[in-house]
Structures are given as structure tokens and as C-alpha cells.
Design a protein around this ligand. Sequence first.
Ligand SMILES: Nc1ncnc2c1ncn2[C@@H]1O[C@H](COP(=O)(O)OP(=O)(O)OP(=O)(O)O)[C@@H](O)[C@H]1O
Length: 346
Amino acid sequence: MPEAESSHIHAHDVWRRYGRGKKTFDAVRGVSFTVRPGQLFALLGTNGAGKTSTVELLEGLAAPYRGRVRLFGDLDPIADRARIRPRTGAMLQEGGFISHLTVRESVEMWAELTSRPRPVEQALELAGLSHRRDVMVQNLSGGEKRRLDLAVATLSRPEVLFLDEPTAGMDAEGRHATWRLIGELRERGSTILLTTHYLEEAESLADRLAIMHRGRIAASGTVAEIVADHPSTLSFGLDDRWTVRDLPIGGTSLEERGGRVTITTGQLQKDAARLLAWAEEKGAELERFTARPASLEEAFISIAGRDDGDDRDGEDGRDGGNDGDGRGDRGGETLAGIGAKQGEEA
Ligand SMILES: Nc1ncnc2c1ncn2[C@@H]1O[C@H](COP(=O)(O)OP(=O)(O)OP(=O)(O)O)[C@@H](O)[C@H]1O
């Protein structure tokens, strides 16, 4: 599998199933992607889309029900755990720290469990926690705890770093500081897989990204590639001599509101050229004319709004007992029978 060989992270047709017997739920359904050395890959998605379930497979915390995951070319996250562990770092959604230790003591404790850790002071500095080194963990804010997570995850100077929602709960300043830190880690050569709810985070940090929806990858590529599949917008005002009926473009994709005309189009260049040629010919002024491709947010919202219909009815009788509304909240009533995070893969 040549793609896997040249990659640091590789997932091929990966499935993750929770529960046993008749009460099973496929949270990840045939996910494939490759992250090359030094790249930052972001997994975006709606709540419950399957991001954490996917990352846990890559980290070797569970085995895929179907498909394969590989790190550093051909290493299996579970079978080759001993070889992989020193080369990876992970920041989990729930940090495991002792509340009455100070920040510095916590990092020191983890450093002792790490082979060739970076100096503790450097780890604190990198995570922006030097000034909080003597504060007890229980007195840290949510955002500061995420930074402590990050300090520990990067202690071993990992070649591959898994960051599951690294900026969750941080204020805007903390988020920007963390983005700078992640950027630095990447410049130092780390390969990073990041999950996030912040589109801006993915947009500014990621080389490539994937949008997950209900266990599947609904779109992937660079931001430009993803938005290219979604309609662009032309927007302008018309002077009094003209109405929308005079325009060379019409149909349902045209809307007029507050004196501004908005045209949604899948052929931005062609329609823009047609409009401008018409304006030139008629001597019409298209006030504050703008032409812009879809934003990542628009692409995301359009994907998140999709109702794939078949979601809870997997092939060959899979997906038996589930939360019937098709959204699969972790707290959903039928999940009670499955058991949060304990009735793992069959
Ligand atoms: N142990 C479990 N047993 C049954 N279902 C589970 C279990 N863990 C997660 N799920 C379900 O799997 C689906 C995917 O969950 P996951 O946590 O991977 O999503 P996510 O994309 O990380 O969501 P979020 O953005 O909300 O953190 C959800 O429907 C969730 O309810």
C-alpha cells in the first residue's frame, strides 16, 4: 500500500463499532485518509460525527471493527505500541492530572515517565504556563488545563501529535496563543492530527482537512478544494434604471434584498463575466460588485445539514439498537443499554 508507506498516519476504510449483540452502533463508517510527514491534518465535524472515535483508533486505544490504521508507514497502533509510544504525543479530551499537584510538579511527573523529555521549564514555556508553574492543578481554569495537557503531550518532542479539541474552553487570547504553539510545533517538524469545532482553527492551521458527518468523511482536501464543491456568490447593487428582470442571469439562484442582488452560482467565473459584459454594454453600474467563493463555514453548514437517511441502518444487520433520531448523542436513551465508553467494540 504505497500511500501508507510514505505517510505518518494512514486510515483505510476504517469502521468503529460500539456495543455488542443486537445493540451495536457504528460510529465510524469507512473512513480513509493519509497524513504525510510534517503535515497538519484537521478533522472537523458536527457533534457526534465520530472524530474522537477515529482519533482513538489511531492512538491505539481501541481496535477498528473493520479496516486498518497505520502509523509511520507500517506500524500498527496496537501491535506495535511499544515502538510507537515514544514517537507520539496525545492530548486527550479529559486530562488525567492529580488536582493537588502544582503545574510544575505535574509536568515533572510526566517527564519521569517519558524517554528523553524536553526540559520541564521549556515545556512550560512552550505551553505559555511558566507564570502558572506553582499553581495547583485544581486552581487552573479550563483553558489553562488544556495548556497543561499540551505541555505534557509535547514533552517527548513527538514526531506525531494527536490533538483532540486542543482549544476547547479557551478564550480568544488563549486560542490564538495555542495556535501559535501548534504552528511552532509544526515548524519543528511534527506531524499533527487535530480535531476541532472551530472552523477558523482548521482554516488557519491545516494543510488539509476532512469534514466528518455521521461517521463518514463528507468532504476532504485543502480548504480551496472543499469550498470549490459549494456554490459561490455574486453580489451587487443595481441603479434605478434596471431591475433584476433585465439581468442576463435569472432563476431561483437570484435573490434581491435591501437593494442588493445576490446570485448563488456553481460557475462563478462564467456568470461574473456575463454580468460584467452586460453592465459594460448597457452602461449599468453594479455597485460594490463582489464575487467570492463559498467559505469553509458555508461548506460545513451545507454538509452538516445533510440528512443521509440510511445512517442508522448499516449493512448486514449492523447498527441494531440506536438512538432512533439518527443523531447518536452520547447521552441518548438507547445508549444506556450500550454503556458509555465501556461496551467497546464487539
Ligand atoms: N462508548 C460508546 N458507546 C456507544 N456510543 C458511543 C460511545 N462513544 C461514543 N459513542 C457515539 O459515537 C458517536 C461518535 O462519537 P464521538 O465522540 O466520536 O464524536 P465526535 O465527533 O468526537 O463528537 P464531539 O464533537 O461532540 O466531541 C456519537 O454518536 C456517540 O454518541
